[in-house]
Design a protein around this ligand. Structure first.
Ligand code: FES
Length: 246
């Protein structure tokens, strides 16, 4: 990898402000210290994310944001950008990999889009449209999962993709987490502290619902306020807001 450090007066070494890299053959510049995902976004290049959410610590768990960097797979939401990286993002092999992840997520849970309150605002559904998924190649698992009711909201385990956005985003005023992960492997699921959940404000419940990429967290009493067909991804495909900034 080329060394682009510059000698400065007094013999020290300074790092330049910008990093040069290539994504899908396009030469780009980005700030030092950003991730590949952030660098791509700043250059109007869309990389899909599910577990990642702006403002939350990236955990790199869903791998939908994977790109090929100099021939190796990397999760773009956690991988820092470095000088001279050659990144493949909108490439056949990368898109095929992302399709497989989306199909696995759809087959692993129970996602009945036509009856889901999140339809049209659901990132998983929008990605399925973007990547042209018709029917998953994997057998549906039809797991038997619960729907849990809490004061002010429902937790629909059938739709949860374990992205852990809610775990990272929602806390009590004194910093205690309300959502947590429980069990492992195929039994892994979101667990909620009932006592703390009862203290969630209306705004926190709305935030939890909005931050959830699917329809797993649903605020009670507000179903279908905006009709299906007029929602965020009904109007514009996912990613177009980033690509529109080119
Ligand atoms: Fe990067 Fe999930 S968005 S791993």
């Amino acid at each position: 990898m080329p060394d682009n450090r510059q000698r400065i007066r007094g013999g020290g070494v300074s790092m330049p402000d910008k990093v040069k890299f290539t994504i899908d053959g396009q030469e780009c510049l980005a700030d030092q210290g950003v991730t590949i995902y952030e660098a791509a976004k700043a250059n109007g290049v869309y990389i899909p994310v599910l577990c990642h959410y702006e403002g939350l610590k990236a955990v790199g768990s869903c791998r939908i944001c994977s790109v090929m960097v100099n021939g190796r797979w990397m999760a773009s939401c956690t991988q820092p950008l470095s000088e001279g990286m050659v990144i493949e993002n909108d490439a056949p092999l990368v898109n095929e990999y992302r399709q497989a992840i989306i199909e696995m997520l759809l087959a692993e849970g129970n996602h009945f889009c036509p009856t889901c309150e999140k339809s049209g605002n659901c990132e998983l559904q929008a990605l399925a449209y973007r990547y042209g998924i018709m029917v998953p190649r994997f057998p549906y698992q039809f797991p038997r999962r619960k729907i849990e009711a809490f004061p002010g909201f429902l937790l629909e385990h059938n739709r949860c993709i374990q992205c852990q956005r809610c775990v990272r985003a929602i806390q009590t005023e004194d910093g205690r987490k309300i959502f947590a992960m429980k069990d492992r492997s195929k039994d892994i699921r979101i667990n909620i502290d009932r006592k703390l959940a009862a203290k969630l404000s209306e705004d926190q419940i709305q935030k939890a619902m909005d931050i959830c990429p699917v329809g797993a967290i649903l605020k009670k009493g507000v179903g279908f306020i905006r009709p299906i067909g007029q929602r965020k991804y009904d109007r514009q495909p996912i990613g177009s807001e980033i690509e529109g900034e080119k």
